[in-house]
Design a protein around this ligand. Structure first.
Ligand SMILES: [Zn+2]
Ligand SMILES: [Zn+2]
Length: 371
């Protein structure tokens, strides 16, 4: 979602579209095109087209990461620049995890306009395309996971789910669903539509500023600021997202639903501030915590910040799954790795009165004996 748009509507990070259409007009045009294309190609096997521009940007970002890393590990940058780079990376990642993911893609809570604008600011700096486009892809990913309609279809391999999909045109079935998915809430939001319309300009402006700040305020060299605070920071944010799409569908446990590819993976959780409980998240995508536990002990910094904003009155309507609902799902479809699924936990051992594992007849007997 950083680089790639459907082949018929290229939108890239660095090259602005020549003439930007409103999402409605674009959707209509694409539907028409797709239908006629499908008629023409109904019997032809699908062959993805390589998006060479996105391949080039991908290569630049991944190789450029090492240039910035070189300046960091050889201490060529000032300490102030490193601290600035560290916090900027975290803030941009939170713009993705709290903003475009939990707030706009899943509508898992509501917030004040200043919070929305703050999240928009850092999300746009993170540079993962317009909010509209990110949400569109992510909703289709959840609705049609592991099918040809899924833009990140893990059946096409780890590399495809990680970065390959940015470099190829979408499958026609996926394109169709992208046009069908409900985006009315995003279209109705003037701020988000402004971000959509001027995304390329805003991205360029914010990142230019992010490089100028260390140069202007503490005299960092432009070269170091560019490679560390823009390219390396960008690559880390990009990779935080990509591992959620790849590793989080391949490596880890499936405590809530063993039939889904999505996994709970602690390394991804730490790296992405709480987004790695992906098995849970695919089962309960409306839960603002995106995991069973929303505390710092479970590395869920994104949920902790949402809770803090809730206490301040800046966030409300947090959607939350009850523990009963989680427990039922674990016992019904989990892979046995959740503590509730352990034999001792739900068969022989009883923690006290009211434990659901107490035999029904025993429970009735107990109720009679209460004195
Ligand atoms: Zn999601
Ligand atoms: Zn997923």
């Amino acid at each position: 979602m950083l680089f790639c748009k459907p082949a018929s509507t290229p939108l890239t990070l660095y090259v602005p579209m020549k003439k930007k259409m409103a999402p409605d007009a674009k959707v209509h045009q694409n539907v028409m095109k797709t239908e006629s294309d499908e008629n023409l190609k109904s019997n032809a096997p699908f062959r993805a087209e390589i998006q060479w521009r996105n391949v080039a940007v991908n290569l630049f970002i991944h190789l450029g990461f090492f240039v910035g890393l070189y300046y960091i590990i050889t201490f060529k940058l000032q300490l102030k620049t490193f601290i600035y780079f560290f916090f900027l990376t975290c803030l941009c990642n939170l713009g993705v995890t709290i903003g475009v993911h939990r707030l706009w893609s899943h509508r898992s809570f509501k917030c004040t306009r200043p919070i929305k604008l703050l999240l928009t600011f850092f999300y746009t700096m993170a540079g993962q395309s317009s909010i509209f486009h990110w949400v569109q892809i992510h909703r289709v990913h959840h609705k049609f996971s592991e099918t040809l309609k899924d833009p990140l279809d893990v059946n096409r391999g780890f590399f495809f789910a990680h970065v390959g999909w940015y470099c190829l045109s979408y499958h026609p079935e996926c394109e169709t669903e992208m046009k069908r998915i409900d985006m009315d809430d995003i279209k109705a939001d003037k701020d988000l539509m402004f971000q959509y319309k001027y995304y390329s300009h805003l991205f360029t402006l914010l990142n230019f500023l992010s490089v100028l700040i260390p140069c202007y305020f503490w005299g960092e060299s432009f070269k170091i600021a560019f490679w560390v605070c823009f390219v390396t920071r960008f690559a880390i944010n990009f990779t935080q997202l990509n591992f959620t799409n790849s590793a989080n569908h391949f490596i880890g446990k499936r405590p809530y639903d063993k039939t889904q590819s999505a996994t709970d993976n602690i390394a991804c959780t730490i790296f992405s501030f709480g987004e790695g409980y992906h098995n849970y998240h695919h089962v309960f995508p409306y839960d603002y915590r995106t995991g069973e536990f929303g505390d710092i002990g479970h590395y869920n910094l994104s949920a902790v910040i949402i809770d803090f904003w809730y206490k301040m009155g800046w966030v409300w309507d947090r959607k939350l799954v009850s523990q009963d609902m989680i427990n039922r799902r674990v016992l019904r479809t989990g892979d046995g790795s959740h503590w509730l699924s352990h034999d001792e936990a739900h068969k022989n051992s009883i923690y006290g009165y009211g434990d659901k594992d107490i035999d029904e007849a025993d429970q009735k007997e107990l109720e009679r004996m209460i004195g």
